[in-house]
Design a protein around this ligand. Structure first.
Ligand SMILES: [Zn+2]
Length: 166
């Protein structure tokens, strides 16, 4: 088990992963990116290639609780607070990562920050290999469960494995 990180440390780990970490040429990983839980019922997810092939960082409630809203839709009873998404964007700007845009956030359970600087090319390549699907079983695409397909995920370097090996 990895100990949970404070939010700022999770951000540091995720940014290091996104921009400095090289993925092996025979690894692949889901387009959903890597999620890091934190000590404060928030996760950060780092998505190497989302909008226009640029990275997105998502902040979200780890355990959202839901109730029926006024229009019959489900709304979280413990959403992000109004300042959390702007604060994350400001923190990224302060660390030198230009923000392209933000979306969602309060009163939702997740919010996203789009970054201007592309992720490490090997991170993007690993997602592209995932999108290409299993090469041995093209008909099963990304849903393949063969050993070769699963092994590629195992070769991908995760953000927290950097910390535990350090
Ligand atoms: Zn396969």
């Amino acid at each position: 088990m990895t100990d949970l990180l404070p939010l700022a440390d999770a951000l540091t780990a995720g940014l290091h992963w996104l921009y400095e970490t090289e993925q092996p040429a025979d690894a692949w990983m889901s387009h959903h990116g890597q999620q890091i839980p934190t000590t404060v019922n928030r996760f950060l997810a780092f998505v190497p290639t989302a909008v226009s092939s640029l990275p997105v960082i998502v902040i979200g409630v780890v355990k959202p609780a839901w109730k029926e809203g006024p229009r019959g839709d489900m709304v979280p009873t413990n959403p992000l607070t109004p300042i959390e998404l702007p604060r994350l964007a400001a923190e990224l700007e302060q660390r030198g990562y230009a923000v392209r845009s933000t979306w969602n956030g309060f009163p939702g359970a997740t919010g996203s920050v789009g970054l201007a600087r592309p992720a490490h090319p090997s991170q993007i390549a690993a997602v592209d290999r995932y999108r290409a699907g299993c090469q041995e079983h093209p008909e099963r695409s990304v849903f393949c469960e063969c050993e070769a397909w699963r092994a590629g995920f195992g070769r991908a370097v995760a953000p927290l494995s950097l910390l535990t090996s350090a």
